[in-house]
Structures are given as C-alpha cells and as structure tokens.
Design a protein. Structure first.
Length: 267
C-alpha cells in the first residue's frame, strides 16, 4: 500500500465529527456498538471513510469504531494448515505422477492481507498448487523420490517470496504422497529384483572363488601328510552322523592301519 499524504478532506472530517457527536448524544447506549473486542490471535483493520486508519491493524483488546464512518475486518494470525489437492505432473524424464502435499503459513501483516489481495487463503492455496507443479516438472522421477526435503524447501522459498506482498509467511511445505502408474511400479519392481539377483550372483561367485582358494591350500596340506586325508574323511563322517542319526558302514583297507602303525613306530 503506497503511503499517501492527503487526508480524508473537509467533508470527511465533517462526517467524522457528526458521527462522534452522535455517539456523545446517544451515550451510554451507543458505547455498546462502538467498542469492539479483538482476541489475542486476531487483528482488526479499521477503515474510516474507505481509508485504512493509521495504516496499521488494531488490537488485541478493545478498539473504538465510530458508527456510519468506520468499518473493520478481523484477520486471524494463527498458523493455517491446508492440503494441496493431488496434482497431475509430468517429470523431466516423461513419467506421469500424482503428487499432493501440505502447506503451513500464517499472516504477519493484516493490512497487506486485506488490502493487497481479495482472498488471501484461496490465493495462497492456488499459488501453492501451481508452484508445486512447476517445481516438480523440472525434476526426474529418481530425484522426486529421493530428494523430497530439498524439493520441499525449494517450493517453500518460491512461495514465501511470492506471498510476501500479501503479508503471508510460509512456514513449511511438505510433499505428502507420490503416486505413479501401476505399470511403472511393476517395471521398477522388476528392475530392483534384477539388480538384487545380479548382486546375489556376484556375491555367490566371489564366495566360490574364495572357497576354491581355501580348498587349494587344504589340498597342499593334505598332500604333505598321507594320514591327513583318512582322518579328514573320518571327521566328516562323524559330523554327518551327529547331524543325521544313522549308522554308516564303509570298508576300510587293513593295509591303511599297517601303514599308520609303521609311521608311528618310525616316529
């Protein structure tokens, strides 16, 4: 609102004087229609002959309104939370999605909210919808899914700068839900499953390679000790018998014990 130096004029002062005189004549009955109560979270913008009085809002508490010449509008300064309806957007990589969100704002200048815009709440909501569509249209689907916080801060900064002249301060913007078509969901699920299977195969191949290296080293150790292989064989049978309760019968050459005895006697 531009600061204007001219007043209400001579006729205006005459009307104001007559209104004040009417209040004095009808006192104390008129006092009930002149005194208004403004709550702590409200501010009253008083118009005198169509001009905003003192260029600032009144309240909280009691305010005096002259009959016939003064009118006032109450403005709620509490934080307002409104839901942004689902918006159909097309991402940068040509994927259609439905996105909705929540915007929280409050009015910090009651005079600007009354004088600069017809309906501040409707205007803020419509601007939030268009800003959401414009900002998300520049992002890819992967960025949209992974960077919600950064996108929300960008939308908040854009909204805050646009609504400053309306006396509105945007406190927070949140992206509530992102819906993509079922075909795209199935394609993304198939892609993720294929990536997991590829990773599992790589891990299994790595394990096979490490196991083969360990077996190679074990074979070298068993080659150096002729009695190591039968002992390992007996140990494996003991482990199998402990897990599965069964009786295992296997032939054992007698010359093996003879060779073991010779080895022990020689030692």
């Amino acid at each position: 609102i531009a600061d204007r130096q001219e007043g209400i004029g001579v006729c205006g002062w005459i009307l104001v004087s007559l209104s004040f005189l009417l209040v004095l004549i009808t006192f104390p009955i008129s006092i009930w229609s002149c005194i208004k109560v403004v709550r702590e979270y409200e501010r009253a913008v008083v118009f005198r002959l169509g001009r905003i009085l003192s260029k600032k809002a009144k309240g909280p508490g009691l305010i005096l309104v002259l009959p016939c010449t003064d009118t006032f509008i109450k403005v709620d300064l509490r934080t307002v939370t409104c839901k942004i309806p689902p918006q159909e957007i097309l991402t940068r990589d040509a994927v259609s999605a439905q996105v909705d969100g929540v915007v929280r704002y409050r009015i910090h200048s009651a005079v600007s909210a009354v004088a600069n815009v017809t309906d501040v709440h409707s205007a803020t909501l419509l601007l939030a919808q268009t800003t959401l569509r414009n900002v998300l249209g520049t992002q890819s689907l992967a960025q949209l899914l992974a960077g919600r916080e950064e996108i929300a801060h960008s939308i908040q900064a854009t909204l805050d700068s646009a609504t400053e002249q309306w006396g509105v301060k945007v406190a927070r913007v949140e992206i509530k839900d992102i819906r993509i078509p079922m075909a795209m969901q199935r394609a993304m699920a198939a892609e993720a499953e294929a990536a997991r299977e590829t990773k599992a195969k790589v891990v299994a191949a790595e394990g096979e390679r490490n196991a083969s290296k360990a077996l190679q080293k074990a074979s070298v150790v068993l080659t150096e000790s002729p009695a190591g292989l039968p002992l390992r064989y007996l140990q494996t049978l003991t482990a199998v018998a402990a897990q599965n309760n069964s009786t295992i019968v296997f032939p054992l050459p007698i010359n093996m014990f003879g060779s073991l005895g010779k080895k022990s006697t020689g030692g």
